[in-house]
Design a binder for this molecule. Structure first.
Ligand code: KIV
Length: 276
């Protein structure tokens, strides 16, 4: 009865939460990317990506907004559904958009929609201590959760720009304590954005659950980047942690394979992609 979920006729079974936890335990880097449509989802999956995020970054790279704030639950569902159709092996995570998880009941309703209508296997929300109750509520209802810490793009107007977080030792200590509380509340993964290397390392060592970094240095359990950034589609200034993997590759699939290989061998990130 369960063979469909486990095999889908594939040489390698699909990635699930247990796979990701085992990868952390075994020290195997987890290669993650965003995707927003079925065609790229097929390529990202074929390249061997372990986890695919339908991020609210779609507000910027697909919709052309300056921030992720305008993205709605319906937007994420639409894109998640298309990505789900393209994936075979990778684990699918969908973002909870701005203000879609202000109360436990609202968060649960929206998380259920992302899973039932969008095909997501896990939801991601941005938060610290204020989200502990939400994470607990979702976890109690068996909704897998990724907690996003460090730079939280949905708070861009509050923090005054996309800035490195955790440089101040008190702030770094607080972030580490929040990460532990979110894990204890039931978060299955933590995503850490734009923090100094030593903060990424300390949080990764503190937690039992996998820590996926984006601009969080080399000493985390996995890396994630925005698909359009690594394929050199994004024009203008990109963040320090971005690497163009399309350069020197004849096709998007070869570029994606180069990214996965660089994450797996820890060739990415290099010092130039990191913060101190
Ligand atoms: O929305 C997104 O793409 C993200 C990444 C920055 C990880 O949250």
């Amino acid at each position: 009865m369960y063979t469909q979920l486990e095999q889908r006729g594939m040489p390698e079974p699909p990635v699930n939460v247990s796979t990701l936890h085992k990868m952390k335990a075994d020290g195997e880097p987890i290669a993650c990317l965003t995707a927003y449509d079925a065609s790229y989802a097929v390529l990202v999956d074929a390249a061997g990506t372990d986890l695919v995020l339908v991020g609210d970054s779609l507000g910027m790279v697909i919709q052309g907004h300056d921030t992720t704030v305008p993205v709605t639950v319906d937007d994420i569902i639409y894109h998640s559904r298309t990505v789900a159709r393209g994936l075979r092996r990778a684990f699918l995570v969908a973002d909870m958009p701005f203000m879609s998880y202000t109360k436990p009941a609202q968060a649960l309703d929206n998380a259920v929609r992302l899973m039932q209508e969008g095909g997501a296997m896990m939801v991601k929300l941005e938060g610290g201590d204020d989200q502990v109750e939400i994470v607990e509520h979702l976890a109690r209802h068996d909704i897998p959760v990724c907690a996003h810490l460090g730079l939280k793009p949905q708070s861009v107007h509050k923090i005054g720009g996309f800035k490195v977080q955790g440089r101040d030792p008190d702030n770094a200590k607080e972030m580490r304590a929040s990460a532990k509380r979110l894990q204890d509340a039931g978060a299955d993964i933590v995503l850490l954005e734009c923090v100094p290397n030593e903060v990424g390392k300390a949080i990764t060592e503190t937690l039992d659950v996998p820590v996926i970094g984006i601009g969080a240095g080399p000493n985390v359990d996995g890396q994630i980047l925005v698909l359009y950034d690594i394929l050199d589609i994004t024009q203008g200034r990109t963040p320090r942690f971005v690497k163009n993997f399309q350069a020197g590759c004849d096709s998007p699939l070869l570029a994606l394979e180069a990214y996965v290989q660089a994450v797996k061998t820890k060739a990415y990130p290099e010092p130039e992609h990191c913060f101190s």
